[in-house]
Design a protein around this ligand. Structure first.
Ligand SMILES: *Cc1c(COP(=O)(O)O)cnc(C)c1O
Length: 470
């Protein structure tokens, strides 16, 4: 497979380079495969649907394209995914896709674990260790640290702002041993990011240490997220015969989004033949993408804090990939978009619980409310010409191509649940009056010793530390 980039179509590279570089530093663009090969229809139409790991292998194969031999690729997948996504029906046309059964209880495990193993494979033919530096405001650091923990040839240093992450998040970051460690920086997330960026541009340091990032824009984090879209759409398609008897249901994936990596992965799955008719781009108050879809004007902005804080992104980096794949008009045909403010998020957690008994986290709650509104009349109102004001929470005014299927009651929703509600326990218990049960692997982490290393917000100190300790 040839990879090009979103800013320069003439740039051509292989999988290895795209993964190891993360982004094209000359153009600042993001890597994209030049094609999204369709899976065989005999594979897609198997009944029952193939297993998650079989799907993962078949979907990864064309992108890896022999750069990793098939046997190795299968081992990478088996080692990355000892857990699977789970599909939980809430009612006859609503399915929750639980993506939080990995070690850090959030969907980022799917991307980070695959990427870590692919990087480790490619690093085998290099001399010495590859040092990953990550700045985190909370969730990314733990997914990356956990994904690379004990992966050979790789070494991870996480920087997080001291006192600015939750207790649980801090425990998840600060308790690693072996090849992963955390520095608690006396500063903000932006300071952490700046230390990392300065290190990447420090030639003297780079002569001594091989450095890389584990950024969310890495193509090796994006591709594996497409596996669960394929898997869930095939499983749901099969279940419809029993659950609701809708023939040829229009499957709609409702995706709580921040940087839009997750949703972009869904687009890739659809291109490869996943039976997904459309998407709902669901955001919190950081509604850069809903506003773009509504007005046609893309305006990145500073992020604001919300209860769904893993989606507090004002300048979503994968906008660039979406805009490279589709025109605005195609996006408006394919996507509905929807946003909620904090009050709406609280109401959504509460009403999801009281109406279905399901405890949902603040991110998934936005997806739930979007789907609930769409199926109970908002889409028909839109089709009838009644458009809301985009300054208020709700659907944006575009009518996607699949709207008719909603009106005809021929669609089903897959709602992506991106985190275990226990990770946002205080918000969830405020909304529902119930403390969500904490999974054993999160309880375990609370008992471990804190090993974080204090660090001033000072580049020279950071650099000497790296040189002395790595
Ligand atoms: C990262 C994250 C998101 C947002 O995913 P994007 O790919 O950035 O759109 C949503 N929910 C949770 C819990 C996350 O950690």
């Amino acid at each position: 497979m040839i990879y090009t980039d979103t800013r320069d179509e003439t740039a051509k590279t292989d999988f290895r380079t795209a993964v190891m570089n993360g982004m094209n530093s000359t153009t600042g663009g993001l890597y994209m495969p030049v094609a999204f090969p369709k899976l065989d229809s005999s594979f897609i139409n198997k009944n029952p649907a193939p297993s998650f790991r079989d799907i993962a292998f078949r979907m990864a194969q064309p992108y890896v394209d022999g750069e990793i031999p098939d046997g190795e690729l299968m081992s990478i997948i088996e080692d990355a995914y000892p857990f699977s996504p789970k599909i939980v029906p809430l009612d006859s046309i609503t399915y929750v896709l639980e993506l939080f059964h990995g070690p850090t209880c959030a969907f980022k495990d799917f991307g980070a674990r695959f990427m870590a193993r692919v990087m480790s494979y490619f690093n085998r033919s290099e001399n010495g260790k590859l040092h990953i530096l990550v700045a985190t405001s909370g969730d990314t650091g733990s997914a990356v640290g956990s994904a690379f923990h004990n992966v050979s040839g790789l070494d991870v240093t996480i920087l997080y702002p001291e006192g600015k992450v939750s207790l649980l998040q801090e425990k998840q970051l600060s308790t690693f041993t072996g090849n992963v460690r955390a520095l608690k920086v006396h500063g903000t997330f932006d300071d952490c990011q700046k230390l990392v960026k300065t290190a990447f541009t420090d030639d003297e340091l780079r002569k001594k240490l091989r450095l890389s990032s584990a950024n969310s824009i890495n193509i090796a984090r994006l591709l594996p997220q497409s596996f669960y879209y394929m898997y869930s759409s095939l499983v749901v398609r099969d279940r419809c015969a029993l659950d609701n008897r809708i023939e040829h249901p229009a499957v709609i994936a409702v995706v709580p989004s921040g940087n839009f990596g997750n949703l972009t992965s869904g687009l890739i799955a659809r291109e490869m033949g996943a039976p997904i008719e459309g998407f709902v781009a669901a955001t919190n108050t950081n509604r850069t993408i809903p506003d773009w879809i509504a007005t046609g004007d893309y305006r990145a902005r500073t992020s604001v804090e919300t209860y769904a804080n893993a989606m507090d992104v004002g300048a979503p980096s994968n906008y660039e990939r979406i805009a490279a794949m589709y025109t605005l008009e195609q996006v408006r045909q394919l996507f509905a978009s929807y946003w909620l403010d904090n009050d709406g998020i609280m109401d959504a957690i509460k009403s999801c619980y009281s109406r279905t008994g399901y405890i949902i986290d603040p991110h998934g709650a936005i997806a739930w409310k979007a789907w609930d509104d769409i199926r109970s009349g908002s889409m028909e109102k839109l089709m009838g010409g009644l458009k809301g004001n985009i300054e208020y929470p709700g659907l944006t005014p575009n009518v996607p191509a699949w709207a008719e299927k909603i009106a005809e009651r021929k669609s089903v929703g897959i709602l992506l649940e991106t985190a275990d509600p226990a990770k946002f326990g205080s918000t969830v218990s405020k909304a529902t009056g119930r403390e969500p049960p904490v999974p054993a692997r999160l309880m375990e982490v609370l008992k471990l010793a804190d090993r974080a290393i204090p660090m001033q917000n000072d580049y020279e100190q950071f650099k000497s530390w790296l040189l002395e300790n790595l």
